[in-house]
Design a protein around this ligand. Structure first.
Ligand SMILES: [Zn+2]
Length: 213
């Protein structure tokens, strides 16, 4: 059964052929890579990257789709394993204290049953044994004024999308913020600006996939 079909096989998330054809970016090993440049002039981050290229009608899109809309946690764990294995190839992602999944709004997480970025973190943790801290960063409900504002203006107020609880847990810690897909970087930027209020030693960012724009 080929993974390009609508349903993924039960035992393995994708077949060996598809795995061997995954579009790896090598960003995690490259200083000043495309993902790091996204944040230049917006928020100061440590080494960052994305493991795979995200393209339409690709196996990467299928994995993300399965994870977000088909309740397929195995797709998320696999993306986490892929991130972890690429992290191992670089010395730029060592000594991380906590994985921080980019949060969903509570209502959305309840509907989906889980936060997909937390599942990806579980996959990373299975390989690298880094603890996941999910009780600090929260996504706020959109306020009425926020929803009424235009997209651009909302972007400028993006540091108000998230809030922190238990900030002392992150003080002087080295954090790796984890997202599923990075496109404009607006969400990650906002989350990082919020995390900085907890005064961590360092924030790094990694996504499973980077969207070519
Ligand atoms: Zn396949």
């Amino acid at each position: 059964m080929h993974c390009g079909s609508e349903e993924l096989p039960n035992q393995n998330v994708i077949c060996c052929t598809c795995y061997s054809q995954l579009p790896f970016t090598d960003f995690l090993q490259i200083e000043n890579n495309v993902v790091e440049k996204i944040f230049w002039g917006r928020v100061s981050l440590g080494a960052s990257g994305a493991a795979l290229f995200f393209t339409k009608n690709s196996i990467v899109q299928l994995l993300i789709f399965e994870l977000k809309y088909k309740q397929n946690k195995r797709a998320g764990w696999m993306l986490g394993h892929i991130i972890a294995e690429t992290m191992k190839l670089s010395n730029r992602f060592m000594h991380i204290d906590y994985l921080i999944p980019v949060p969903l709004r509570q209502k959305k997480e309840r509907i989906r049953g889980y936060n997909q970025t937390y599942i990806i973190c579980e996959g990373i943790a299975q390989v690298l044994a880094i603890p996941i801290e999910k009780r600090v960063l929260y996504k706020k409900k959109p306020s009425l004024t926020q929803t009424q504002k235009g997209r651009i203006e909302r972007g400028q107020n993006s540091n108000r999308l998230f809030s922190l609880k238990n900030t002392t847990a992150l003080f002087n810690k080295r954090l790796l913020l984890v997202d599923d897909v990075i496109t404009t970087g607006a969400t990650a930027e906002s989350a990082c600006l919020c995390l900085k209020q907890a005064r961590p030693a360092d924030i790094q960012f990694v996504a499973a996939a980077y969207t070519l724009t």
